[in-house]
Structure formats: structure tokens, C-alpha cells
Design a protein around this ligand. Structure first.
Ligand code: GLC
Ligand code: CA
Length: 519
């Protein structure tokens, strides 16, 4: 039998390292902290960890502003700590994926310090310098161009001015960055999640972006223009294919791309003849309204648009998006988990989701995220979904012994790993069971997805491989009587349902879901 590559079967768990586990009482999570939690992750049953940036950084964008691609920031630990984690991850049969940030460096990266030192410097052209700015804006608000007094030119930054964009048209940049990949791949890192993959290369003529006729006042100022000339340029696909080539110099690795684009454009990142990213992240579930009609539509549109041979993937949360339990509510978050773990392909979840963590309200004086500081009060802030992981009932939730860098929120005495381990109705136990279910029933990973149906705001679909499985999800808060196939309930959002024989019809309670193995 053909065995699927590890990443095709994987449940990927994203760790935001500042917020996972602190080991030295400075209130910020670190690598030695992560090391102490690997057993937990092994028990949960996830297959791979994706750790957001841990490289040396001035932390203007909390690590997405990198000053050295081949080091570890002392805040997080040492290279020895990293090597130890990698070894321990592999010893447990898990995989490790790192974040790769190719679009921009920190303004403190030696490359940029050189580049800005004079117009004649050999690294001048490693960044994007112009005599005059065009109208391109920064994703964090304001102009994307920053004037440099000393050399009398402007440089472009898609994000903060502390994050100058690299010039991917320069072959020396391409080679330097590919060597960064090789550095980690030689250590046997199992793959990369590539930051803002669709932004990597810009129009060579620097044409102005057109106005966005659909701009709604009060939304981020960056939406005033359509990002026609500074994102998703046709040349990006050549770079992605070359990047994939570097990954494929090594065996058994994966290339994942962060891409926020509509489905047809997203699909183009699999590349011609699948020479692009192995997995262009699919953010459909993060963006779609929580109704059976909308979710079924998103699933269908995505699944049917997949190029031949392309492997699907689904994401329920990440460090830039509101937590699922806040977005759809605590009860529907259980339904969302059942949805995620019964969809085909590779799955990505975000730390804390498995205990039902919600967004923590952040008072104005507690704000850390530059996105919120630059454009306050319009929901740009990402601090609420980045608060510390809650491990136990203690006053600091077992996260730290010092002052946590972001508040813990009010729920942590109930919403934490220790409490939920003891409660069979907890979110943690549901996640554990759903992950185990997926391992026990390969049809859930690679079986065909079909018979997607919606009726009374109840979503239903089948997964067929060696077995035939039907998933039925009540996306309302009312009781629903719905048709059911003849079979046995393998797993329910409500534990009392497990093992129940069904035939013909089923009464689903509010926000109840069931996975039925057909007889
Ligand atoms: C990506 C990251 C986000 C970061 C931005 C700039 O979208 O996920 O957290 O702020 O890129 O690197
Ligand atoms: Ca620490």
C-alpha cells in the first residue's frame, strides 16, 4: 500500500513561542519552556510543531523582524536549546517546522545596515530603494515608504518601517536566503511555513495601486487601495518554485505558504505541475461566516478548485486571527473542532485552541502589537489571541513565575490543561479523541469528501475510503431532528453519544455534532 508522506497525514500545532511556556520567570515563553511541554504535545497526538520566529530580533513585530536568520534570540534561549528541542521532537516521532520570513528583515539586520550606509554599498540593491515614493501603503497603516536622510532615498516596507522589504529581483538576495533554508534543513528541520509568500516580489515598474471602490471607512487604511502592484505578482511563482527546489534537495521536508488570497489565486501557489508550495495555507475556515450554508460553500469551493494531485489543508486558527472560540462561541467551537478533524488533508491548529481559550480583552495601556498601536480601535490588534497558554489553576496559570507579557484573562482558572484533563466533557478531551479518531480511521485523512449537504442549518458530509463515515454537525443552538444513516456513532461533541447505534433519524441537541461509521 502507498504510504502518504508524513506531512499529508499531519496535524500541525502552531506554537507562538512568547506565549507557550516561560522557563526563567521573565514573563516571556522560551525554548527551554517548550522542551518541558513536548510530552504534553505527544499525548495530545499532534504530529508536527510549527514554531513562530525564534531568531534574533529587535521584536518590533515580535520576531517577524529578523536581524539574523541563522541564530536564536537570547530571549528564547540558545542554539543548544534549539538543537535539544529538535532532537527531542524527533525522538518522539514528531516533526518541527520553522517560520521563514523572506519578504523583509529587521532594519537592524547587518544586510540593511550596510544597504542604508551609502548608495554605492554592494548591498544597496538588496533592498528596495527609490528616489520618489509611489502610493503603496504599509499593511500596518500609512505609507509603505520611509525616507532615509543620510542617503536621500526612500526604502519600501510592506509592514513596519523597522521591517524593510528585501529585493527578490536581486540574485544575491535569492542565494543568501536559500542558503538560510539550507542551514536549517541540514540540521534536519522538517520544513518551513513561509511568511507572506504572496508579497515577496513587487512590480518592477513601481506602478501606483488603483483605488479600492469598495473601501469602507473605519476599516484599515491599507484597504483604500487595491494591492495590484505590490502583491501576488506573476513573478512570485518562479521564486516559490525555486524555493521548493531547495526544500527538495533534502528528503521528506515540507514547504507551506502563508497566503491570504481568493481561492483561484490561492490555488496558483501549488505551482505549475505542483512545483510550488506543498501546502498553500487554506484560510477558508478562518474567514467564513459560521452558518452551514457558508461553511459548506467554502468547503466545496476550495475542494473542487484543487488542482489535480494537490493536497488539501485546513487551518482553524493562527497568531494573526481571532480565536475560534471567540469567533463562533464556546459551544460551536466544539463543532468547529469536529469539522476540522474530519476534513481531508493536512490540518493546522493554534496553541490553546485545544482547551477552548478565547480572545483576552486587552486594555489600551496593555497593548503590545504594533498593528494595534499604528491604527488603534479598529480591531487590528492581535494581542487578544496571543495571550499565555494556560496550564494549571495557579494564579499565573503555570505559564510563568514572573509578570506575563500579556494578561492571562479571567477564564484561566477554569480553562486550563490541568482542569480539563480531569473533565471528560472538556475541550481538551474532545481534541484528544478527535485526533486519535483521525489516526484510527484513515478515511478521515485521505478518503474522498462528498455528499456535502445542508438542511436546517445542519451540515453533513461523507468521507469514504476503506470505510464510509458520515459527519453531521448542528451549527445552530436549537435541537434538530435530522436523517441519519444506519451506523454507530464513533465520536460526539457530547460524550454520551459515543457508541450509540443510529438508524434513520437522529435528534441533535444545540451545537451537537456526530461522526457516524456506516454499517
Ligand atoms: C505575517 C505574520 C504576521 C506578521 C507579518 C509580517 O502575516 O503572520 O504575524 O506581522 O507577516 O511579518
Ligand atoms: Ca522566558
Amino acid at each position: 500500500m502507498h504510504v502518504l508522506e508524513w506531512w499529508k497525514r499531519a496535524v500541525i500545532y502552531e506554537i507562538y513561542p512568547r506565549s507557550f511556556q516561560d522557563s526563567n520567570g521573565d514573563g516571556i515563553g522560551d525554548l527551554p519552556g517548550i522542551l518541558t511541554r513536548l510530552d504534553y504535545l505527544g499525548e495530545l497526538g499532534v504530529d508536527a510543531l510549527w514554531i513562530s520566529p525564534i531568531y534574533p530580533s529587535p521584536m518590533a513585530d515580535f520576531g517577524y523582524d529578523i536581524a539574523d536568520y541563522c541564530g536564536i534570540d537570547p530571549l528564547f534561549g540558545t542554539m543548544a536549546d534549539f538543537d535539544r528541542i529538535l532532537e527531542e521532537v524527533h525522538r518522539r516521532g514528531l516533526r518541527l517546522i520553522l517560520d521563514f520570513v523572506p519578504n523583509h528583515t529587521s532594519d537592524q539586520h547587518p544586510w540593511f545596515l550596510e544597504s542604508r550606509s551609502s548608495r554605492e554599498n554592494p548591498k544597496r540593491d538588496w533592498y528596495i530603494w527609490r528616489d520618489r515614493p509611489n502610493n503603496w501603503t504599509s499593511n500596518f497603516g500609512g505609507s509603505g515608504w520611509e525616507y532615509d536622510e543620510a542617503t536621500g532615498q526612500y526604502y519600501y516596507h510592506s509592514f513596519l518601517k523597522e521591517q524593510p522589504d528585501l529585493n527578490w529581483r536581486n540574485p544575491a538576495v535569492v542565494q543568501a536566503m536559500f542558503n538560510v533554508l539550507r542551514f536549517w534543513l541540514r540540521k534536519w528541520v522538517d520544513g518551513f511555513r513561509v511568511d507572506v509568500m504572496w508579497l515577496m516580489i513587487k512590480d518592477d515598474k513601481f506602478r501606483d495601486n488603483p483605488p479600492n471602490p469598495g473601501y469602507v471607512p473605519g476599516t484599515p487604511s491599507n484597504h483604500r487601495l487595491l494591492p495590484v502592484y505590490n502583491s501576488n505578482r506573476p513573478e512570485v511563482h518562479k521564486i516559490v518554485a525555486e524555493m521548493r527546489g531547495v526544500i527538495d534537495e533534502f528528503c521528506d521536508r515540507v514547504l507551506i505558504g502563508e497566503i491570504y488570497l481568493p481561492i483561484p489565486q490561492l490555488m496558483s501557489y501549488y505551482g505549475k505541475d505542483l512545483e510550488g508550495a506543498n501546502l498553500p495555507f487554506n484560510f477558508q475556515l478562518l474567514q467564513c461566516p459560521w452558518t452551514a450554508a457558508a461553511v459548506s460553500g467554502a468547503i466545496r469551493d476550495y475542494y473542487h478548485a484543487l488542482p489535480k494531485g494537490a493536497w488539501p489543508n485546513w487551518v482553524l486558527g493562527n497568531h494573526d486571527q481571532p480565536r475560534i472560540a471567540s469567533r463562533v462561541g464556546k459551544l460551536q467551537a466544539r463543532v468547529a473542532a469536529m469539522l476540522l478533524f474530519t476534513l481531508p488533508g493536512t490540518l493546522t491548529m493554534y496553541y490553546g485552541e485545544e482547551i477552548g481559550m478565547t480572545n483576552v480583552p486587552i486594555a489600551p495601556e496593555e497593548v503590545q502589537d504594533p498593528a494595534e498601536k499604528n491604527e488603534p480601535g479598529i480591531g487590528q490588534g492581535r494581542d487578544p489571541e496571543r495571550t499565555p497558554m494556560c496550564w494549571d489553576r495557579g494564579p499565573l496559570a503555570g505559564f510563568t513565575t514572573g509578570a506575563p507579557w500579556l494578561p492571562l484573562g479571567e477564564e484561566h482558572s477554569a480553562v486550563n490543561v490541568a482542569a480539563e484533563r480531569e473533565d471528560r466533557h472538556s475541550m481538551l478531551q474532545l481534541y484528544g479523541k478527535l485526533i486519535a479518531l483521525r489516526k484510527a480511521h484513515p478515511a478521515l485523512v485521505s478518503g474522498e469528501l462528498h455528499a456535502i449537504q445542508v438542511e436546517q442549518n445542519v451540515l453533513r458530509y461523507r468521507r469514504s475510503g476503506a470505510e464510509e463515515i458520515e459527519v453531521i454537525l448542528n451549527m445552530t443552538h436549537e435541537q434538530k431532528t435530522v436523517p441519519a444513516p444506519q451506523g454507530i456513532v464513533l465520536e460526539g461533541t457530547h460524550v454520551d453519544r459515543e457508541g450509540e447505534a443510529v438508524d434513520g433519524q437522529m435528534v441533535l441537541r444545540s451545537a451537537e455534532g456526530a461522526v457516524v461509521l456506516l454499517a
